[in-house]
Design a binder for this molecule. Sequence first.
Ligand SMILES: NC(=O)c1ccc[n+]([C@@H]2O[C@H](COP(=O)([O-])OP(=O)(O)OC[C@H]3O[C@@H](n4cnc5c(N)ncnc54)[C@H](OP(=O)(O)O)[C@@H]3O)[C@@H](O)[C@H]2O)c1
Length: 191
Amino acid sequence: MRKLIAGMKISVDARSEGPEGVADWAEAWSEDYGLTPQIDACLLGGGMYPGYERYWTAIQSEPDKPIWITGNAPTPAEIDWARFAAQIPHYVLSSNLTSANWPKTRFIRTLDDVTELKQQAGKDIYLLGGARITASLIDAGLVDELRLIVYPLVAGPGKSLFATAQHRRQLDLRKVEQLDGGKIGLTYGIK
Ligand SMILES: NC(=O)c1ccc[n+]([C@@H]2O[C@H](COP(=O)([O-])OP(=O)(O)OC[C@H]3O[C@@H](n4cnc5c(N)ncnc54)[C@H](OP(=O)(O)O)[C@@H]3O)[C@@H](O)[C@H]2O)c1
């Protein structure tokens, strides 16, 4: 069965977003947690998809122009992710969304659809976020691995990654990496 692997950037106090709804401590959104070689699909929540599509479409269409959110030109890694994202299917878990501009985007409606996706032939699937789908799919026992980048700050107000989690889950620490700028990379298997 294909593995479903979640990646999130959090603060030391486990916030996945600041009060403005963005993890503004992250320098760029191209971080793939080293997953690109082993995945051929992405899964994300209906809350995140519209902004995600808009952000990466802007880089796909005009890679030399500053991005409106950051005011900065895309980094080479962002341009690489924008190209990769255009080639692989994105599955969006949502009961409301029905249309997307990306031809390879598909909407799925239930947790059973996520199970079915995992049972299809293919490489692993990258669960991009946001916090609600990540916590909910971990709760449902559907996520096989969690990759976190912990930023060296206490964010204070904002949304906690596991605010909605209902169940205790034991994690199996597989890898710890000291990253630049005081960040820590953590890879956990989920039992
Ligand atoms: N820190 C990071 O690394 C990181 C990474 C990615 C995103 N983010 C942040 O996350 C924010 C978006 O996340 P979010 O938590 O608001 O939304 P989300 O997790 O992207 O999406 C939640 C939505 O997914 C749909 N859904 C359907 N079934 C679900 C289920 N069983 N469990 C959960 N969701 C289900 C619902 O949409 P419908 O109402 O359409 O059914 C729900 O409103 C963005 O603002 C972004 O900044 C942070």
